[in-house]
Design a protein around this ligand. Structure first.
Ligand code: UDX
Length: 439
């Protein structure tokens, strides 16, 4: 099938290359010339495991190209909208500017019988509004909403092997036509027996925000338990293991620590609250405000803990921060808890040296005043305290004995409950973590 993908960020670029991998003829459109040039030359504008190989393969097959000109979508039957919906400045609501712009420009070149497929995370009600716009301007063209659930670090896997397909469709025959086109584009995934949820626009839009709200709530739940563990001397990691054996609860997303960040969870729960307010249903989501509060408190607590281990003052203390991406296997620093803590430590007078296997470039652009090092050893040289804030494998695998040689004081703060406490304490380190007793 000939298809287009509008917006080539994390979501769109991976989606475009994945669709070419499935055998489609794909054009990816983005307004950012630099991004289009990079992608066209098989240079990945962001770090995502497996994406480089996928992109190179798709370009070599001749089935994938990129352009800044939306007119190049001509001839495509199906158009995926993959643009970002960031948080509005100074407000909780989502900024829909890119979705509006992309739809407007697409409408200018759209033909009857073609299908627009929204993948971006949008406030409930957006799809119905855009569908009306499309129907008014291009009779015979249709719109479907097909939310994406990909996780950074697993974007390729999640796109090619999603755990479900959700289609938000118009009613009646239009819905049948849209479904047939979606089933065709996802044929290998559908044929594998991937569960499908076929529904209306509002449900499809809400599935995405509800899923992210649930995940955020689960993380904040365990982090609230961590606060109580700190007050009682209980151990949050063992608590999570124990409750996680109950398969109604499950162990996934119960890792206590610095909490959630990134380009999705924080802004999605806020946009959801804002939308509920507009709909007069704000009471239903007031708990998400608490979820957000618990999450933000963890960052403050981490800075306090760092001050505690630095004998009550951060002034002039050398602090090494290992990990600055919002999660491992990503170079994304959007709303990164790790970067937030590193910046606060610096603002409070510590001499902060930061390292990360992938995110230093992005972080340096955002916070040039931090000191950056290429390796954990370099960052930790003569440090008074070491903070592990993103659980990259190379930090989890550090040898505490050898690593102890480079620091001034063997004090480690495990912001993600990712280190082997016994091994670190056996090597003479004072070990502190959120929700666990000092070791
Ligand atoms: C999330 C959703 O998982 C995905 O389905 C959606 O499409 C986009 O948003 P992502 O932002 O890539 O994906 O990251 P995710 O793996 O969900 O992690 C989000 C944050 O929660 C990270 O900062 C991570 O460190 C934190 N987290 C995750 C915890 O603090 N504890 C956990 O147990 C799990």
């Amino acid at each position: 099938m000939r298809i287009s993908v509008i917006g080539c960020g994390y979501l769109g670029a991976v989606h475009a290359a994945s669709m070419a991998e499935l055998g489609h003829d794909v054009v990816g459109i983005d307004v950012d010339r630099k991004k289009v040039d990079a992608l066209s030359e098989a240079r990945t504008p962001f770090y995502e495991p497996g994406f480089q190989e996928l992109l190179s393969r798709a370009l070599a097959s001749g089935r994938l190209r990129f352009s800044t000109d939306v007119a190049d979508v001509a001839g495509a039957q199906l158009h995926f909208l993959c643009v970002g919906t960031p948080q509005k400045r100074g407000e909780y609501a989502a900024d829909l500017r890119h979705v509006e712009d992309a739809t407007e420009s697409l409408i200018g070149v759209l033909g009857a019988g073609e299908l627009v497929v929204g993948k971006s995370t949008v406030p409930v009600g957006t799809a119905a509004r855009l569908a009306q716009l499309v129907a008014d301007k291009v009779p015979g063209a249709l719109l479907a909403w097909n939310p994406e659930f990909l996780r950074e670090g697993f974007a390729v896997q999640d796109t090619l092997h999603p755990d479900r397909l959700v289609y938000g469709l118009p009613p009646g025959e239009d819905g049948d036509r849209a479904r047939a086109l979606l089933d065709e584009v996802y044929a290998p995934i559908v044929d594998r027996g991937t569960p499908q949820v076929v529904t209306d626009y509002a449900t499809a839009e809400m599935v995405k925000t509800a899923a992210n709200s649930f995940l955020a709530t689960k993380i904040s739940f365990i982090n609230a338990m961590a606060e109580l563990c700190e007050a009682t001397g209980a151990d949050v990691k063992l608590l999570a293991d124990a409750i996680g054996y109950d398969d109604r609860i499950g162990r996934k997303f119960l890792n206590a620590g610095l909490g959630f960040g990134g380009g999705c969870l924080p802004k999605d729960i806020r946009a959801f609250m804002a939308r509920a307010g507009e709909l007069g249903a704000d009471q239903a989501l007031t708990f998400l405000r608490e979820v957000d509060n618990i999450n933000m408190r963890r960052r403050i607590r981490m800075v306090e803990l760092a001050r505690e281990v630095c004998d009550g003052s951060l002034l002039g203390k050398r602090v090494a921060v290992l990990g600055v991406a919002f999660k491992p296997d990503s170079d994304d620093i959007r709303d990164s808890p790790a970067l937030n803590v590193a910046a606060q430590l610096q603002l409070q007078g510590a001499v902060v040296r930061v390292t990360d296997p992938a995110a230093i470039g992005n972080s340096r652009r955002e916070w040039p005043q931090l000191d950056y090092a290429d390796t954990a050893e370099e960052a930790a040289e003569r440090a008074d305290a070491v903070l592990v804030l993103t659980e990259w494998k190379q930090y989890r695998d550090l040898d505490p004995v050898a690593f102890g040689e480079v620091v001034a004081r063997k004090r480690v703060l495990d912001g993600r409950n990712a280190l082997d406490r016994d091994a670190w304490t056996a090597a003479g380190w004072a070990y502190r973590a959120l929700g666990r007793r000092a070791g």
